[in-house]
Design a protein around this ligand. Structure first.
Ligand code: ADP
Ligand code: MG
Length: 569
């Protein structure tokens, strides 16, 4: 069974193809959205998802989120005393999703299609693939998120030629992709976006307005101080934002120093205050159209993805820009995962996938550094020689020759780059290799450099010295952003030692995490009621008394519902 996974910055989902349609798999607490957050508990077990997100405020030093931003870099994040690379944290999320799928399907899950943003470069894609390996998943294919969104709508599954735009506004990233589908090829013609724009910016708008109207007068510390009260305020603002997607007004209430601050925000005002954020959404859309030289009228569809596109003001803006209503009947936060399941289903049935989505295109040009002989005999070094060009239909394999530039040169150093610029220094260095050279006069040693781009957009490099017939392969290694095969093996051993918090305890863990967060946030009477309910529950758990666990859990749940006006999401 191959699963489809949307490994998101804010939320991740897992889905399978069943009875002719994509089916989303709920996690241990029954939600299909699993927050991409990881926390280390006091026993050293790993907690993933909602409980981990709750622990962001109560145990910030043991919890990590938004690590997708660091994929393909060397940055390590701390959970307590342990350090994790971003692909390891992603692997823990994947492992948790895999366990959810196995619990539902009743069989081991070992293969997956994982989605990546269209703009992800080779390093970021390799890191995503490594995360899969670290989670015990063979990644059959990396699929770009906009392609997945299109597949979820059944687009690209027939030969009709069309252009479409996918607009994806997640928690903290905004991606616009222009797709061209023709004869079974799905080509990402242009991408644009803003990696620091998302649903969170709309929460900021609400927080600032509340501060200006109520907070400052009530003596709340300034937002930049990150006082605990701002954690509470942000969560309240998040709920207001979501309610305003449905209702004309929403109430925010915040208890602070014995005062109950209640404030109402109307949708009209929220939309007025959000104008500058909305303006930032316009620009990338216009740029993508311009880059691809496409007029909005030519687009056959506009597809919305990402939870933040649920906001009516966003839908109206898109409607105005394109003079049509976008496709939105599939839940925008589920559409990428559903598309991943469509792809997984196609691969599983080998249903003509070769003709359909196996033919994606290379999103970037890949090439090597060469030196260029000038008319006066001098050499200009650091010039880029493209080998596989952007928009080549993949899988693809291309060869280009390079020659020794000095008599009796003993080695030729090849540097592999990704990018479009003339000089290699302006492109992204992916790796280096040194190829041994037999003694010969300048220009008499020929090395054929072969680049192979597989269907996931991953690159392999081979260099063959024609004079000797020796072939060397480049392991993209020594690059700070990616792990070698051996390193992955070693890290796999370490990760396997870490235990995921038991699935059947997930609900208790989430309830405890929420209870602890509320206990830390509230004061006075509310705090002591929450504290009593929590200690009752903890002591029942310690006594391992099933009946008491059941009743104290129910009591705790009721207390939390009464003191936390957020739905448990
Ligand atoms: P990502 O792709 O970053 O993992 P998602 O697609 O899950 O993220 O989107 C998460 C964002 O969607 C959050 O900022 C959340 O507040 C926002 N969101 C979810 N539901 C709604 C809603 N009903 N109204 C407004 N925003 C929403
Ligand atoms: Mg997403």
């Amino acid at each position: 069974m191959i699963v489809g996974i949307d490994l998101g910055t804010t939320n991740s989902l897992i889905a399978v193809w069943r009875h002719g349609e994509p089916v989303l798999i709920p996690n241990a607490i029954g939600h299909v959205l699993t927050p991409s957050a990881v926390s280390l508990d006091e026993k050293g077990d790993i907690i993933v998802g909602l409980a981990a997100r709750e622990r962001l405020s109560t145990h910030p030093a043991r919890t990590a989120a938004v690590f997708k931003r660091y994929m393909g870099t060397n940055r390590e994040l701390h959970l307590g005393k342990k350090e994790f690379r971003p692909e390891e944290l992603s692997a823990l999320v994947l492992r948790s999703l895999k366990a959810d799928a196995e619990a539902l399907l009743g069989e081991p899950v070992t293969e997956a299609v994982i989605t990546v943003p269209a703009y992800f470069n080779d390093l970021q894609r390799k890191a995503t693939k490594a995360a899969g390996t670290l989670a015990g998943l063979e990644v059959k294919r990396l699929l770009t998120e906009p392609t997945a969104a299109a597949l979820a709508y059944g687009i690209g599954l027939n030969a009709d030629e069309q252009y479409l735009m996918v607009i994806d506004l997640g928690g903290g990233t905004f991606d616009v992709s222009l797709l061209h589908c023709f004869e079974g090829v799905m080509e990402v013609r242009a991408t644009a976006g803003d990696t620091w724009l998302g649903g969170e910016d709309f929460v900021d708008v609400i927080v600032h307005d509340f501060m200006a109207h109520m907070g400052e007068a009530a003596g709340l510390p300034p937002v930049s101080l990150l006082a605990p009260i701002h954690g509470v305020l942000r969560r309240q603002a998040e709920m207001v934002k979501r309610r305003l997607s449905e209702a004309d007004e929403a109430e925010l209430s915040l208890a602070y120093q014995g005062k109950d601050l209640t404030w109402t925000l109307s949708r009209d005002r929220f939309e007025m205050l959000s104008e500058s954020v909305l303006a930032r959404i316009r620009l990338p859309i216009e740029r993508a159209l311009r880059d691809a030289r496409i007029k909005p009228e030519i687009l056959s569809q506009v597809i919305l993805a990402g939870g933040a596109t649920r906001m009516p003001m966003l839908r109206r803006l898109i409607g105005r820009l394109f003079r049509r209503m976008p496709l939105q009947h599939i839940n925008p936060d589920e559409v990428v995962a559903r598309g991943a399941a469509v792809a997984a289903g196609l691969i599983g049935r080998s249903a003509g996938l070769e003709e359909i989505i196996m033919t994606d295109v290379a999103p970037f040009t890949m090439g090597i550094n060469v030196s260029d002989r000038q008319p006066d005999g001098s050499r200009l070094t650091g010039v880029y020689m493209p080998i596989i060009e952007r928009n080549t239909i993949i899988p693809a394999s291309r060869v280009k020759p390079v020659f020794n530039v000095e008599d009796n040169q003993t080695a030729i150093s090849l540097q592999v780059y990704q990018g479009e610029a003339l000089m290699v220094k302006d492109n992204i260095l992916l790796g280096k290799m040194s190829v041994r050279c037999p003694p010969a006069p300048e220009g008499k040693v020929q090395i054929d450099v072969r680049f192979t781009y597989d269907t996931s957009g991953l690159l392999e490099v081979e260099a063959t010295v024609l004079n000797t017939g020796v072939t060397e392969r480049l392991l993209i290694e020594g690059n700070p952003g990616s792990l070698s095969r051996e390193e992955i093996e070693a890290r796999l051993q370490n990760l396997t030692k870490l235990k995921l918090h038991p699935r059947d305890d997930a609900e208790n863990a989430a309830l405890m995490a929420r209870g602890q967060r509320l206990y830390e946030q509230r004061l006075g009477h509310a705090r002591s009621v929450i504290g009593d309910a929590l200690t009752g529950f903890i002591s029942a758990l310690e006594a391992q008394a099933p009946e008491r666990i059941r009743t104290t859990r129910e009591h705790l749940r009721q207390v939390l519902e009464a003191h936390d006006d957020e739905p448990f999401i």
